[in-house]
Ligand binder design. Structure first.
Ligand code: IMP
Length: 435
């Protein structure tokens, strides 16, 4: 059976949980292949007494909640061990079994010095800051590329670990002390901080690429779930206002060691409007009452940082771009109910850059920075759509909106989210159909 990759089509927070919920018990492995605890999803956990508890996960793959699924933290992830065990303990306390979790021996760990550096660098950048989550993600990936990173496997040999921490701190302490006016960090302090988790980590550590290859050979279904989203991808996003990993579908190949020839389908989640956290260009951003309407109605506040998200209308140039760079086979359109009650619904179909129309993403980032959206205004709808379960149940104007967006983005919209609940969806095509 297949390897499926799930990605975000915009700048994150599209609601990937809708797709994972739908695939739910048909999945054998859920793999996180990029990013770290900069992501965030709120999950609702049913208690034995029937009550429901909300729980925010930042690092663990959401599949950890589905009984029988094997959750995997693959090599492309950067791990904050304190957060990992805090989330595991939090779930265990609520009766969730986390014993199946596998962690790649090649994944990198986030050391305390990289969290410090993330924060001081942002402060130093001032108005040029990226607006990072401050979790040490960027500096840890930078270390990986500079070949001074610390991997999970390094924790099992204290003398190797010490050598690596020494090498990293040689440079970082120069920076911290001389540039940022901070105290130097001791090698011992970092080594002890990392070693405290070793015994708990040991039984989880594997060659996860091998485990996944064997799973696919057996006919198991593997879902690779991207953190962040297409326009936050370090190569294909709005650089430098991006995260430091590959969040597009190809990231699953490098980040989990699954070859491209084994990937069968790519599901992209596209919100019915657009949001962004942090800095960077955003052509359809609304700084007026309409933006506030989307933020309030869609509850657009960050799970990780609590920051209010920037909001704007849907942008089909971005949707088409996401379809292309990810090779999308199916879109999941989320939060369509948020648009209910609008007289007219603007859809961005192209950009105007200094009087020139652009139907595709401009080649240069500076053009994208001052692109103004060209909208087509569609008729809105006023009916409550949250009870719709079949496509025909949606009001005609709503279907016209879906079909208009679909025609622009160039891949089928297979699922539509019509409310926050797990089952508040309209399924047009089964996400595992023909795969
Ligand atoms: P970093 O990933 O913490 O380095 O932050 C880089 C950029 O990615 C910032 O603009 C963040 O706000 C954004 N970002 C990181 N993770 C997420 C996410 O899960 N959703 C949305 N934006 C994110």
């Amino acid at each position: 059976m297949p390897a499926i990759v799930l990605v975000g089509a915009q700048w994150g927070d599209e609601g990937k949980g809708k797709a994972t919920d739908l695939l739910g018990n048909r999945i054998d492995y859920v793999v996180k292949f990029n990013g770290g605890n900069n992501a965030g999803h709120t999950v609702v956990i049913e208690q034995p007494d029937g009550s429901r508890e909300k729980y925010a996960l930042h690092l663990l793959p959401s599949g950890i909640l589905t009984p029988g699924v094997v959750p995997v933290i693959a090599n492309g992830v950067v791990i904050d061990l304190a957060v990992l065990f805090e989330e595991i303990d939090g779930l265990n306390a609520r009766g969730i079994d986390t014993s199946r979790l596998l962690v790649s021996s090649n994944a990198h760990v986030i050391a305390g010095y990289n969290k410090t550096l993330d924060k001081v660098t942002e402060r130093f950048l001032g108005s040029r800051r990226i607006g990072t989550t401050g979790r040490g993600i960027g500096p840890t990936y930078a270390d990986k590329m500079s070949r001074i990173g610390i991997r999970v496997q390094d924790l099992f040999d204290e003398s190797i670990l010490r050598q690596k921490v020494e090498a990293a701190l040689d440079v970082k302490n120069e920076l911290l002390v001389k540039m940022y006016n901070r105290r130097a960090i001791e090698v011992d302090e970092t080594v002890q901080e990392l070693l405290q988790y070793v015994e708990r980590l040991r039984p989880m550590v594997r060659d996860t690429s091998l485990e996944l290859a064997q799973a696919l050979d057996r006919g198991d279904t593997v879902l690779c779930e991207a953190g962040q989203a297409t326009l936050l991808d370090v190569d294909h996003g709005t650089y430098p206002y991006v995260t430091s990993s590959n969040a597009i579908s190809a990231g699953a190949c490098t980040g989990a060691g699954i070859p491209p020839t084994r990937i069968d389908s790519v599901i992209a989640v596209l919100k019915a409007y657009t949001t962004r956290v942090g800095e960077g260009p955003f052509p359809t951003e609304l700084l007026d009452d309409s933006g506030e309407f989307l933020r309030k109605t869609g509850a657009e506040y960050g799970t990780t940082t609590g920051r209010p998200r920037r909001c704007g209308w849907i942008d089909t140039v971005i949707g088409r771009y996401a379809a292309r760079v990810n090779g999308v086979t199916d879109f999941v359109l989320t939060k369509l109910d948020v648009l209910t009650g609008l007289e007219r619904v603007p859809v961005c179909v192209a950009y105007d850059v200094d009087g020139v129309r652009h139907d595709e993403m401009p080649v240069s980032q500076s053009d994208f920075h001052h692109a103004t959206p060209i909208y087509e205004e569609l008729t809105g709808w006023f009916e409550d759509i949250s009870h719709a379960r079949r496509y025909e149940d949606l009001p005609e104007a709503c279907r016209e909106y879906v079909e208009f967006v679909e025609s622009r983005i160039g891949a089928r919209i297979s699922v539509i989210g019509v409310g926050p609940g797990r089952d508040e969806v309209v399924v047009r095509h089964d996400l595992l159909e023909n795969r």
